[in-house]
Design a protein. Structure first.
Length: 220
C-alpha cells in the first residue's frame, strides 16, 4: 500500500510524536469564511481566509500492531502514545502541530483529547484530538519624547557676574576669584568690548578703567 507524502507530528520541545495513522479528515476553522479543498488521504482541508485563532480537530487511532495502514513500521504502542499526549496536556505548555507537505505548522494548546477502545482491532485505541492555535500577546511599548525644559540650564563653566564696587580693580577682582591677581587678563578678555564701550581709555590702558555698578563676567 502506497504511503502518503504527508506526516503528522505533535511535539513539545524535544519530545515528539508522529501519528502512525492519518485521519480521513482534518478540520481547520475559526468560524469565518474559509476555503475548503480535498486532499488525498486527508479528505477535506480547510484554509482560513481571515487570520484568527484557528481550531484543529481530527479523529484517528493508534494501532496495536503494525499493518499496511500505518505510515511507518516503528509505531508506538497505543498506551505510550496516549500517555505522551496526556503528558503534553498536564505540562500546561503549548505544543506544535505539523503536517509536512502543507503550510500547517502551528503552535497550539490541547483543548481536548478523548480516546476509547478501537473499532478496528483488539488493542487499537481510537481518539479525537482538538487543538487551538496558541497566541501570546506582548505589551506595546510607547516611546515618550522627553519634554524640553523651557529654562536654559547653565552649562558647566558658565561665567559668574560680579558688580564692581568703589575702589575695585581687575587685579583685586582676579585675586578674589582665582586666588591669583596675575590672571586679571581673563576678566579683561571676557569683558573687553563692554569696557571699551564704557570708556575708550581702556584701549590704551586695558582694564584700568572700571566703574562702580558695572557688571563684569568672571570666566570659570
Amino acid at each position: 500500500m502506497a504511503k502518503s507524502k504527508y506526516q503528522m507530528w505533535i511535539s513539545q520541545g524535544k519530545d515528539k510524536l508522529r501519528f502512525p495513522v492519518l485521519p480521513e479528515k482534518l478540520e481547520l476553522n475559526n468560524n469565518v469564511q474559509n476555503e475548503s479543498i480535498k486532499v488525498s488521504k486527508f479528505g477535506e482541508l480547510t484554509f482560513l481566509d481571515v487570520p484568527g485563532a484557528r481550531q484543529i480537530s481530527f479523529t484517528a487511532f493508534f494501532p496495536k500492531k503494525y499493518t499496511p495502514i500505518a505510515e511507518y513500521k516503528s509505531i508506538p504502542s497505543p498506551e505510550n502514545a496516549i500517555a505522551k499526549i496526556e503528558r503534553f496536556m498536564k505540562s500546561k505548555k503549548p505544543v506544535r502541530f505539523i503536517v509536512t507537505g502543507t503550510k500547517i505548522n502551528i503552535q497550539c494548546s490541547i483543548e481536548s483529547f478523548n480516546h476509547n477502545e478501537g473499532t478496528y482491532d483488539v488493542g487499537d485505541r481510537e481518539f479525537t484530538l482538538q487543538l487551538k492555535e496558541y497566541k501570546t500577546a506582548s505589551p506595546r511599548k510607547i516611546k515618550r519624547k522627553a519634554k524640553k525644559s523651557s529654562k536654559k540650564r547653565s552649562s558647566k563653566g558658565a561665567p559668574k557676574v560680579y558688580t564692581v564696587k568703589k575702589g575695585d580693580t581687575l587685579w583685586d577682582i582676579s585675586g578674589r576669584f582665582y586666588g591669583d591677581s596675575t590672571k586679571w587678563r581673563r576678566i579683561w578678555n571676557a569683558n573687553k568690548a563692554a569696557m571699551i564701550k564704557r570708556s575708550r581709555r581702556n584701549i590704551r590702558q586695558p582694564g584700568h578703567w572700571i566703574f562702580p555698578g558695572q557688571k563684569l563676567k568672571i570666566p570659570q
